[in-house]
Design a protein around this ligand. Structure first.
Ligand code: ZN
Length: 698
């Protein structure tokens, strides 16, 4: 196109071109920014007719395209995101719930395809459910999933998630660091509308009666900040900005408060808004769209070819976004396997065609969403032919079933974070008294089970062991049983010093899921506390049989053997652990202690030198090295080691004190006095330093 055509003429030409069907596709977008606002109901967004103030989403919808009937395939965070990022249905990926199986199938995820195409890729997520352990990190150069969650920390329950402003700040910092020239893919995951609803001010006050709405308004403000940053960085014009969600929220409809159990529109329907190159402003799509449609759509809009040999479940909406007509209708699929996987009740499967939606269940349901959007009139008896056709559609979707659920390699710590977020169940199917029950009859029981699991864990971390035991036992009494439940109950009983009872539950957990390290460690502790060292060691060795490559079990075995005064065996256990983890500084330091006990000081020093080499920031290893060097008369090196320790951990008075002692041994009392004064300035109550200083002054 000649340069002389003025810009305003170009703008005038555009609508005319869009009307022409033979016209070439619009130029691809350069960057992709994908925002998933967890648990965001479409009908709470202003652009969808909702009454929450969402000016930023509303503006994006005006500047871009809005899909009225977008649906998730599973109303649960991880499987929904996996469907979005893989372009495949849950029965094709095998990812049906939040935890198992741990590994995603090998087919390339969106980020992998884009990285392969030369994009810089980064994700910043706000919940443990989509942390690295979820498998969604594949293809991202940077994966921001640090929640600083330490299970030993009493505030741990709050830390399996992160407030959106913190996640956004990390995402913006990454955007600002990117050099020009590179194409970018950023995935921002916001978790605020997920329960518990605790919006910050001013949204808390503004929506005092409706905290969920407050979280929606807060999330909208964050999206506004993101969009402003894109403009500021000069990225807005070249960026395809897509906002959607993984599922909605029950908010009490059909008796469901949260999500993940039923498959009504309250939790299936999500917003889907896109703005950027190739998206005609003001476009609205009416036909049902699934999250799996995004994968081919985004790739087409970015001009990147989909991976060869992968059959995608969705179809591209790129033409529809450009205002060139919607793709022909076809059935959509959704499911909830949670009732079956975790309770042994019946599962729920959905096929939707246009406005008609069928729910396969012991008592099947059929809804006309156009005239009954809240699914209050089950028409299955009146519309038999329609129901049959959709039942056949469910069967066709079921035929795509591939992977079976496995119980392997789920990280128990991750699982516990998920339970802390209110998800009951886990990697092993729970038994129940009502096999095949219709979930419609079980919603109250499901809610109580979730609450009891969450409260039990909360009490456990608050060290209110009696209350914790009561919650977990109430689950068992209801006939709900799983490996994790036994594991948590065992830990609560340990806290109550009911060691024999605890051992029983750890045994049960280990029998159900032999790869639970925590079950074997708990069992060993329960026996050790009862004074039965042999049983404790046998428990650790039982765990070792189930997990030959587990370092923690060997480490614990060595610790126990040392306590029992069996250093030779402890040494062997540590040596075998080091074969598995030769770069584990802790193991080298532990071995050093055993060697010192066995009167091999030179070997002990060598192990500690290795420990500080592997972990030069480890103050306690430097301190331990200094102690051994002092004992061996190597004063100069000891001084250096203590100096390192006290520099690394200036708040710990022991390291400075040891340094002062080394200086005194080196006949340098003036320096020693200075160091002791510094120690006392940090820790005025540290008696040994005070006494030593007084002795020096005498
Ligand atoms: Zn979610």
């Amino acid at each position: 196109m000649p340069k002389s055509i003025p810009l305003r003429l170009l703008l005038l030409l555009l609508p005319a071109l869009a009307a022409c069907r033979q016209e070439p596709p619009p130029p691809p977008a350069r960057h992709l920014v994908l925002v998933t606002v967890d648990t965001l109901r479409a009908d709470h967004v202003g652009a969808y007719g909702g009454d929450v103030a969402t000016p930023n989403l509303d503006r994006l919808a005006q500047e871009g395209a809005l899909v009225h009937q977008a649906s998730t395939h599973v109303p649960l965070t991880r499987p929904a995101h996996v469907a979005l990022m893989s372009g495949r249905l849950p029965q094709e990926t095998g990812i049906r719930d939040n935890v198992s199986p741990a590994a995603l199938p090998p087919q390339p995820l969106l980020a992998e395809v884009l990285r392969q195409a030369g994009f810089a890729t980064a994700a910043f997520v706000s919940s443990a459910v989509v942390a690295r352990a979820s498998g969604l990190d594949r293809g991202f150069d940077v994966y921001g999933d640090d929640f600083h969650a330490d299970p030993a920390d009493p505030s741990f329950l709050d830390r399996a998630q992160k407030r959106g402003d913190l996640t956004l700040a990390e995402a913006l910092a990454w955007l600002e660091q990117q050099r020009q020239g590179k194409r970018l893919f950023l995935w921002l995951h916001l978790y605020d509308p997920h329960d518990p609803y605790e919006p910050p001010e001013p949204y808390a006050a503004r929506y005092a009666e409706r905290p969920y709405a407050g979280e929606v308004a807060f999330s909208d403000a964050l999206i506004g900040e993101l969009d402003a940053a894109l403009s500021r960085l000069g990225l807005a014009a070249g960026t395809l900005l897509v906002v959607t969600s993984d599922h909605g929220e029950g908010l009490g409809e059909h008796g469901e408060r949260l999500h993940g159990f039923f498959v009504y529109e309250s939790t299936l329907r999500v917003p889907l808004i896109a703005r950027g190159p190739g998206v005609t402003p003001g476009t609205e799509l009416d036909g049902p769209v699934g999250l799996v449609d995004l994968y081919p759509t985004l790739l087409e809009r970015l001009g990147v070819a989909p991976p060869a040999g992968v059959e995608l479940a969705g179809r591209s909406l790129a033409s529809a976004w450009a205002g060139r007509g919607e793709p022909p209708p076809r059935p959509l699929y959704a499911e909830s396997l949670v009732p079956r996987l975790h309770f042994g009740w019946s599962e729920l499967r959905v096929a939707r065609d246009g406005w008609w939606k069928y729910v396969e269940a012991p008592r099947p349901e059929l809804y006309d969403l156009e005239h009954d959007p809240h699914e209050e009139r089950n028409l299955v008896a009146q519309e038999r032919r329609r129901a049959r056709a959709l039942r056949d559609a469910v069967a066709a979707f079921r035929a795509r079933e591939q992977a079976a659920e496995t119980t392997q390699d789920v990280d128990p710590q991750w699982l516990e974070q998920l339970h802390a977020l209110g998800y009951v169940g886990g990697s092993s199917p729970a038994s129940t008294r009502d096999p095949g029950a219709d979930p419609k009859d079980k919603i109250d029981e499901f809610r109580l089970a979730n609450e009891a699991m969450r409260e039990g864990l909360e009490r456990l971390h608050q060290r209110d062991f009696a209350a914790s035991v009561a919650r977990f036992e109430s689950l068992l009494e209801r006939g709900i049983e799983s490996a994790e439940l036994h594991l948590y109950l065992g830990r609560a009983l340990l806290g109550q010093r009911r060691f024999a009872d605890a051992a029983g539950h750890f045994q049960e957990a280990a029998a159900r899921t032999p790869t639970y390290v925590g079950a074997w460690l708990g069992l060993a502790e329960a026996y050790a506390q009862q004074g039965d060292a042999d049983a404790a060691l046998a428990a650790l060795r039982g765990g070792r049989q189930a997990m030959p490559d587990n370092v923690a079990l060997r480490r614990e075995e060595a610790r126990l053997l040392r306590l029992l005064g069996r250093p030779h065996e402890a040494r062997r256990a540590l040596a075998s652990a080091l074969e598995l983890a030769p770069r584990d500084a802790f193991l080298h330091a532990a071995l050093a202690e055993v060697l010192a006990e066995l009167d091999e000081p030179k070997a002990a020093i060598a192990e500690l030198r290795r420990a500080v080499e592997l972990e030069p920031e480890g103050a306690r290893y430097w301190n331990a090295l200094g102690m051994r060097l002092i004992a061996a008369g190597e004063l100069a090196e000891a001084e250096r080691a203590f100096r390192r320790a006290s520099l690394l951990a200036p708040g710990d008075p022991r390291y400075g004190y040891n340094l002062a002692l080394a200086l005194l041994n080196l006949k340098r009392p003036v320096e020693a006095r200075l160091i002791l004064q510094r120690v006392l300035a940090v820790a005025p109550d540290f008696a040994p330093a005070r006494e030593r200083l007084a002795a020096l002054d005498d």
